[in-house]
Design a protein around this ligand. Sequence first.
Ligand code: HEM
Ligand SMILES: CC(C)=CCC/C(C)=C/CC/C(C)=C/COP(=O)(O)OP(=O)(O)O
Length: 309
Amino acid sequence: MPQAPTKMALVGGQVRAHWRDYYELCKPRGGALIVFTAMVGMFLASPGAVPLGAFLFGTLGIALCAASGAAINHVVDEEVDARMARTKRRPLPTGHLNRAGALGFAFALGLAGMALLIWLVNPLTAWLTFASLVGYAVVYTVFLKRATPQNIVIGGAAGAAPPVLGWVAVTGEVQPHALLLFLIIFAWTPPHFWALAIARYRDYAEAEIPMLPVTHGVALTRLHLLLYTVLLVLVSLLPFATGMSGWIYLVGAMGLGAGFLGQALALLVTGDDARYAMPTFGYSIFYLMALFAVLFVDAYLPLLGGLLA
Ligand code: HEM
Ligand SMILES: CC(C)=CCC/C(C)=C/CC/C(C)=C/COP(=O)(O)OP(=O)(O)O
């Protein structure tokens, strides 16, 4: 039977793109949390005195560069994404965007972000942000993701950078307390990702991506997820132990950490992936958002109290 003519017009090898396709290319939900951690980095760097210019242009520049990295990731991963149920409806596998369009968009975002950071923030922030972009879009996506089950452990360094970027945007230098924030996200990334990888491990196996549950089995991944969660909870105590944060933070970090440990332990002990893997992934996102919110509240509540007194 002859095919009915499609209603969608083909423009330059792609179905006419909608703004939503470009929006999806930026991975906006993960990006929002990345930008939030960068903003908290700025607020903690100089409590009560964040310069407005560094705050606005730093946030925008980091967001544009993170979105650029995400768009490059879509281009590099087009074939892998087409093979996985979770990702096959993305703009490139569906043909809503072509590679040239997506790459052009990525370069435009990256250039705009870098220009803002170099001229309106400071060059150190710009180059560290560029290193994170390359770390994610090239080192992680092109090489590590396809090479080793430690891909996300090493690649996590790019995702852990934003609070440091925010810190440097405000102070002009990398200071030790900023590195504590880096360490928190660095230790958080493996439990964050492995919870999803356990839930979707057939996807990764079919796409031949060597994620830990594919190469070493789900049981070992559950154990590593728990061990990294223990490490994360210990690292999350460092801001209090070093005097960077106070009691509000300590109580929050311990409560949130107990919840994460409970999830990871339930997953390991029961082995019930269908019941616990996706909730653990969801909790990881809530955890990081709440932990950084508590860091902020802990630093700013006393200032607010001082103003009201
Ligand atoms: C190498 C490091 C990381 C890897 C491999 C990773 C992997 C993933 C994957 C595969 C998803 C699912 C996306 C989807 O459903 O399309 C996801 C979701 C998410 N990630 Fe990550 N992630 C990493 C780092 C981060 C970082 C640093 C943050 C924030 C600070 C973050 C925040 C999020 C959020 C908020 C979501 C939920 C997005 C949604 O609901 O669609 N991730 N991550
Ligand atoms: C410039 C800057 C601040 C960069 C931040 C780096 C960045 C965007 C890190 C996020 C990592 C992330 C969302 C990984 C998704 O993994 P994946 O790409 O393997 O997941 P997928 O299977 O969903 O594509």
